[in-house]
Design a protein around this ligand. Structure first.
Ligand code: SF4
Length: 101
């Protein structure tokens, strides 16, 4: 699919960001979410690859805890050192500078 067609079908723009449209009339939050998980895992967007290590979550204990109340992955798996979490958050900042100015 050409980028222009992809954007027309799946993306909308806010002042600082491009966001994926939620599917209409469906309970799922993302058009690429399949029963087996992310249907585009090998090429998923950077923000998906880095979640939940986003600056607004890593740097805000309350926001992290709130996200953990609905995200089944937070608090599971191996312990991630804070230095690694901050590096990932910085990668997010570098990738989306307009969203974090
Ligand atoms: S990882 Fe990202 S692209 Fe994949 S299903 Fe979840 S929100 Fe959608």
């Amino acid at each position: 699919m050409e980028q222009q067609d992809f954007e027309a079908r799946y993306i909308y723009r806010t002042r600082n960001m491009r966001r994926v449209r939620k599917p209409r009339g469906k309970s799922k939050q993302c058009p690429f979410l399949d029963e087996g998980g992310c249907g585009i895992h090998p090429v998923k967007p950077v923000q998906c690859r880095l979640f939940p290590f986003w600056p607004e979550l890593v740097e805000d204990r309350k926001a992290w805890k709130k996200t953990g109340s609905w995200c089944p992955g937070i608090g599971q798996g191996p312990l991630i050192q804070i230095g690694t979490a901050l590096e990932l958050a910085n990668e997010m900042r570098e990738k989306y500078p307009d969203a974090y100015e």
